[in-house]
Design a protein around this ligand. Structure first.
Ligand code: SF4
Length: 334
């Protein structure tokens, strides 16, 4: 991805009176649709036209009539929107908003890995750069990762990347020995560990557990269920989009949530009668929080930072993303 780099302006961290109305006015003026990921600051989620998970937002971007997409999220998400909507202008309010998981493998590293396993099928989670997607056979979300792997003939080796926890989840579900997993991780999700989850679950035995499969505790959650420590029907391994659906339908009074804390805003809005609590209240993604009210204002006023993906990379990456959408229920990824 190439971007026009952000200037080092001092940006207000909070939205003042009239800010939301100003954003709506600026968006109309620029013919822009504002999209916000579920991990964004609450004020950004509230001012956006649409809030959701990465894939759902990219699909909205592609279907929108607006000529400009303002993607409030991290840059691999804005790139995916550009891949699916190549004729639109895609802006990210701060190009420095990266992702430790996407950065855990480069296209060069993937090419070396592929050379070591000739003939292997490359399956990449959506949290990857456009350049890595271009080297990928099929992308997957956390909702359809198991189905994507099952769709590949049993005798073919698979290279699964970049998340080791999602990879472990897929290997356990499919029982597949010829699935090689890249040792990448998200620093936020890896920080939500099994010990914390166990302590929280034991303190509130009636609570449901919503666990994102990128979490270090996903294995612990399944282990707890398997060992009978928590009833299996209380443990739900879910993408962020899946969490929202489950939030609307839960009959529990409290739910423990193991993912980035920004998700709690949408869950509480979806079902205000339920007490949603984080497993780790320090699980906040600093990259996501770089999209401040000031940065969003600047994006709409100055038309920056624009995201570019070269046409050849975009075309190859688009093929991997489209194959993902055709398999199972892709949900929305992170
Ligand atoms: S929470 Fe983790 S995976 Fe998600 S954007 Fe932040 S660093 Fe990346």
């Amino acid at each position: 991805m190439t971007v026009t780099a952000a200037t080092d302006l001092v940006e207000p961290l909070t939205a003042g009176p009239g800010w939301a109305e100003e954003i709506r006015r600026l968006a109309r003026e620029r013919d822009a649709v504002v999209l916000a990921h579920n991990y964004q600051r609450p004020e950004i989620q509230d001012v956006a036209d649409h809030t959701g998970d990465s894939l759902a937002l990219s699909r909205i971007a592609a279907a929108s009539d607006a000529s400009t997409i303002v993607f409030c999220g991290v840059h691999f998400m804005a790139e995916t929107a550009k891949i699916l909507a190549p004729d639109k202008t895609v802006l990210i309010p701060d190009a420095r908003a990266g992702c430790s998981l996407a950065d855990s493998i480069t296209a060069d590293e993937l090419r070396v890995w592929k050379a070591e396993h000739p003939g292997a099928v490359v399956v990449s989670y959506v949290n990857t750069t456009a350049a890595v997607k271009a080297e990928t056979d099929v992308c997957c979300t956390s909702s359809n990762a198991v189905e994507v792997v099952r769709s590949i003939p049993a005798d073919r080796e698979i290279l699964f990347l970049p998340d080791q926890f999602l990879g472990a989840h897929v290997r356990r579900e499919t029982g597949r020995e010829n699935l090689h997993v890249w040792a990448g991780e998200c620093h936020v999700h890896a920080g939500i560990n099994g010990a914390e989850l166990t302590a929280r679950a034991q303190a509130d035995p009636e609570a449901d557990l919503f666990v994102h499969p990128e979490c270090g505790c996903a294995t612990s959650a399944l282990y707890l269920a398997g060992a009978g420590a928590v009833p299996a029907d209380q443990v739900h391994i879910l993408s962020t989009g899946g969490m929202l659906d489950a939030a609307k339908n839960t009959t529990r009074r409290s739910v423990l949530v193991a993912t980035e804390v920004g998700m709690l805003h949408q869950l509480r809005r979806a079902n205000p009668d339920v007490d949603f609590r984080p497993v780790n209240d320090r699980a906040s993604c600093g990259y996501m929080k770089m999209i401040t009210p000031g940065a969003l204002t600047r994006a709409l006023v100055e038309g920056r930072d624009e995201v570019h993906v070269d046409a050849d990379t975009a075309a190859r990456a688009r093929g991997a993303v489209q194959r993902m959408i055709e398999i199972g229920r892709p949900g929305g990824g992170e």
